[in-house]
Design a protein around this ligand. Structure first.
Ligand code: NAD
Length: 277
């Protein structure tokens, strides 16, 4: 449960913000839709006799060494995402997006739930990609295409792609293998694929940065937080656990933090924002 003083401070902060709004979301916002975060036992993946951490497997190096295992891991996670439904937090943010013209969503999530909930694609920056898409691993072109429907929606944990699936996961232009359309830990952000500059520009201009469900472990979100803080934005963090964004929010004059679940707290924040705008 949220404790009341936190929430009242937060509602006061959001009510006082009048300019552009940036919402920054991480895996925690989808936890209540049944998609595990990278923390805890669900994050681990077995290859041969070894358990891999996501930070080891979500890499170009792993894809080069064990491509079938990496694809198997992604197809399993994709199946979990496809079976999930947007929760009250995603839906509240859609209401915000539909009601105000100056809301930008920067999401680290690859599950596509914000878009499936109805968030406008042009104002949604999926800075780590989308697990439902793939692209040529040999980079013969810039096409980003949906994973073929023939792969199916379900995928058992530990299953590897066989000859049939490997045939489906090929580039239609050059015939090379494809790769998941996600940013790996040993790769760099860019504007074309991941909207890097757009996300930072939005953070720089924000009057309110609303952060929900992220541990702040990746560089772009941390940078976005620093830029918003530097320009004097209000910063609000929603997370049941201590995290660097909570520290940031509590260090700025117009900051506040709620220790609680995003599906519970974001609808209240959105209601308040819409009541004053
Ligand atoms: P993370 O797993 O490192 O941290 C998740 C955060 O969410 C934690 O701080 C946790 O306390 C918080 N949290 C848990 N339940 C919550 C709830 N109900 N409400 C609010 N907060 C809650 O995740 P991250 O910081 O987003 O990022 C790490 C990487 O993991 C990213 O690259 C992301 O692409 C990837 N990832 C994405 C998904 C997804 O798309 N759903 C799932 C797992 C990991």
């Amino acid at each position: 449960m949220t404790d009341a003083p936190d929430l009242e401070t937060i509602l006061g902060r959001v009510a006082g913000a009048s300019g552009p709004l940036v919402v920054l979301t991480g895996a925690g916002i989808s936890a209540e839709s049944g998609i595990p975060t990278f923390r805890g036992p669900e994050g681990y993946w077995r290859v041969g006799s070894r358990n891999y951490r996501p930070m080891e497997l979500a890499t170009q190096a792993a894809f080069r060494a064990v491509p079938d295992d990496v694809w198997g891991w992604y197809l399993y996670r994709r199946a979990v995402c496809r079976a999930a439904r947007p929760n009250a937090a995603h839906l509240a943010l859609v209401e915000l997006d539909r009601s105000l013209s100056d809301v930008f969503l920067v999401t680290q999530n690859v599950d596509g739930l914000h878009l499936r909930a109805g968030h406008s694609p042009e104002r949604t920056f999926q800075i780590h990609g989308n697990i439902d898409f793939m692209r040529c691993a040999a980079e013969c072109c810039r096409d980003v295409i949906p994973i073929p429907a023939a792969i199916g929606d379900s995928w058992e944990k530990g299953r590897l792609p066989g000859e049939r699936e490997r045939g489906l996961l090929r580039c239609a232009r050059c015939g090379a293998a494809t790769r998941p359309h996600v940013l790996w830990f040993d790769e760099c952000y860019d504007e074309e694929r991941y909207r890097y500059e757009s996300a930072l520009a939005a953070a720089r201009e924000a009057d309110l940065l609303l952060v929900a469900g992220t541990s702040g472990a990746t560089t772009l979100p941390v940078r976005a937080g620093e830029l918003a803080a530097r320009s004097g934005a209000a910063i609000v963090d929603v997370n049941p656990e201590p995290n660097p964004f909570r520290d940031l929010a509590l260090s700025v004059p117009r900051g506040a933090a709620a220790s609680g679940r995003s599906a519970e707290i974001l609808p209240e924040i959105v209601d308040r924002l819409l009541a004053v705008r």
